[in-house]
Design a protein around this ligand. Structure first.
Ligand code: G6P
Length: 611
């Protein structure tokens, strides 16, 4: 959840580390810090409470020139946000460490170290690593050995970056349970928790594997060691998306940019995966067809927005592929005695591929006799992708805004491809397949048309700025879309929002409806439309103000207390994708009106790599 950057170069590394931190702020932003070894071999550190900009200001007054260094942006887990708790942490004046993740046995280690006379200055679990390193580096001959001995004493999930004044020009990295990549430069080398942080300096990366440690040294030397300590070669991969992804371009926020990228990325998610009249099953891997034939049910596991995508997919997979589906949040699934019937496919959905609960669920599932695991993910080389049998990349490109937008609609697109691929091997009618394929081909254009409704949605948003609560309603596959709409609104505008299947309204939430409770509903032209219309009347009858996103053909017109925005007609099955967009735009504009931090909402992080 925190962000780590490290660099060893002939040039001054301060700028590289700072830029890296800015690009990693999506992972956490309550404090930031940097430590470098100066040319005289002195360890120097600067830290600041708040965003990376606060650290940048400090560095203007007190720069940190040097050729090797580490830096960190924090999302607090152990210890409140404060300068003292900010990383890097030191033990004495000669070594510094940055850390992402959680050390589960930090309390016992802390007691042991305190008994030996080590004085703690922070409330973090990370500081035990610094003191352990101090102890071990006095015993071991070199920093890498010291780091490896410390790793043996740690329980939990982590990624580390370490420097020591005894070894100028060296940065050590290690990972277990949290992501860490090495950036391969020309005569220079870098470390980061996400390749995005380093795209300014390289597009070539080594994705470290579980238990790996790495030693970066002068001249761009990179030595990787596996969990046994054996030197290993890891492939260098080239990043394909280009660096444009890491800037806002002409948009005011990353979130708005990413909303507007949806026509292009949905097209990218479909590219090369559709035949003339059916989906190409081999998009899921060469063994997919044989495996899909054996699938009798599916368990989908994910977190947050990705979980909502899974909920939509359940409606699709059951209807078109005729396969029973269970969908569950990963944090619950991983601690349950799951019953796995024969022929069950395990599917994980994740933008980052590094969400701790989803990864743990995959590892738990591997022991449970599933037919195979499939990851639908946006980050190539991520842990989830590497550890799954089958993968389908969502092709959304880097997503920076904490509130997920394009990652969600591309996940839905990928899940519709899965529905079609499974449907094909399970005998779904050719006409149905071909209709869905044609509808998918039109989807990017329809999405672009919906984005043109932005000014109207912006006008609508003024009705929400002063509200404290909102209720979202949907039926069928649009219930998860209502959940996603409510999640977006609460994440970035801090308005309390709930979502209900519209048919449940009368069983409780109707009691909340009055003129202060805006009710947002999605009303595509599907078989549940008439039932939804009656539910909306129930709201109007209680004075609730309605905001309806409706198909242009359903004949819903504005009236007193009912605001309507019409969407273009779309194939019923794909409506959940299209109806997501106005809800994203609505939350965005409400958040802008409220003046919240749209891309980095309080208390949240883009990628939750701790449990
Ligand atoms: C965090 C993010 C959410 C995201 C969830 C799952 O909570 O703030 O936007 O949906 O993690 O992340 P994943 O990368 O696994 O999709």
């Amino acid at each position: 959840m925190c962000g780590i950057v490290g660099a060893v170069a002939e040039r001054n590394v301060q700028g590289i580390l700072l830029e890296g931190l800015k690009r990693l702020e999506y992972r956490g932003y309550d404090s930031a810090g940097m430590a470098v070894l100066t040319s005289e071999g002195r360890l120097q550190r600067r830290r600041a409470l708040g965003k990376v900009a606060a650290l940048e200001e400090r560095l203007m007054d007190e720069p940190l020139p040097g050729h090797s260094g580490i830096a960190h942006t924090r999302w607090a887990t152990h210890g409140r946000p404060s300068e003292l708790n900010a990383h890097p942490h030191q033990s004495g004046e000669r070594l510094a460490v940055v850390h992402n993740g959680i050390i589960e046995n930090h309390e016992s280690l802390r007691r042991e170290l305190e008994a030996e006379g080590y004085a703690f200055t922070s409330e973090t679990d990370t500081e035990v690593i610094a003191h352990l390193l101090e102890r071990e580096s006095r015993r071991a001959g070199d920093l890498l050995t010291a780091v490896r001995r410390v790793l043996d004493q740690l329980n939990g999930a982590y990624a580390l970056g370490v420097i020591h004044a005894d070894e100028p020009g060296v940065v050590i990295g290690a990972r277990k349970g949290s992501p860490l990549v090495v950036g391969v430069g020309i005569d220079e080398a870098f470390l980061a928790s996400d390749s995005l942080a380093l795209l300014q300096v390289t597009d070539r990366f080594i994705y470290l594997q579980e238990g790996d440690a790495v030693r970066l040294s002068a001249g761009g030397r990179i030595e990787v060691f596996d969990d046994e300590g054996t030197a290993v070669e890891r492939a260098v991969q080239t990043f394909e998306h280009g660096d444009g992804a890491a800037s806002k371009g002409d948009y005011r926020h990353f979130m708005l940019k990413e909303i507007h990228e949806q026509p292009a990325v949905i097209a990218a998610a479909l590219e090369g995966r559709l035949g003339e009249r059916s989906a190409l099953v081999e998009s899921f891997g060469p063994e997919a067809e044989t495996l899909f034939r054996q699938v009798r049910q599916i368990h989908i596991v994910a977190c947050g927005t990705s979980y909502h995508a899974g909920m939509v997919a359940r409606y699709w997979l059951e209807r078109y592929a005729g396969v029973p589906v269970q969908v569950e949040v990963a944090s619950e699934y991983r601690y349950r005695q799951v019953v796995v019937p024969e022929g069950t496919l395990f599917v994980t959905l994740s933008q980052s591929g590094e969400t701790a609960d989803t990864l743990a669920a995959l590892r738990f599932a591997r022991e449970r006799g599933y037919l195979a695991s499939l990851a639908i993910c946006n980050v190539p080389g991520s842990s989830l992708v590497r550890e799954s049998d089958l993968t389908l990349m969502t092709q959304a490109g880097p997503e920076i805004g904490v509130a997920s937008t394009k990652a969600f609609t591309t996940q839905l697109t990928a899940l519709m491809l899965l529905t079609l691929a499974l449907g094909k091997v399970k005998g779904l009618g050719e006409g149905v397949q071909s209709d869905l394929v044609s509808a998918l081909r039109c989807l990017p254009d329809l999405v672009a048309r919906v984005l043109k409704l932005d000014p109207a949605i912006e006008r609508l948003s003024t009705a929400f700025a002063e509200k404290h609560h909102a209720l979202f309603l949907g039926r069928g596959a649009h219930f998860p879309i209502a959940l996603e709409g409510a999640l977006k609104l609460k994440e970035i505008s801090y308005i309390h929002a709930e979502a209900y299947p519209a048919g449940e309204l009368k069983h409780g939430p109707l009691a909340l409806v009055d003129s202060e409770m805006p009710v947002i509903s999605v009303a595509p032209n599907d078989e549940l439309l008439d039932k939804l219309k009656s539910n909306l009347q129930e709201v109007r009858a209680r004075g609730g103000e309605l905001f309806v996103f409706a198909d242009e053909d359903v004949g819903l017109q504005e009236a007193e207390g009912i605001r309507v925005i019409h969407l273009p007609h779309v194939h019923e099955a794909l409506a959940p994708i299209l109806y997501t967009l106005p809800l994203q735009l609505l939350s965005y504009h409400v958040a802008v009106l409220k003046g919240t931090d749209v891309d980095q909402p309080r208390n949240l992080a883009k990628s939750v790599t701790v449990e």
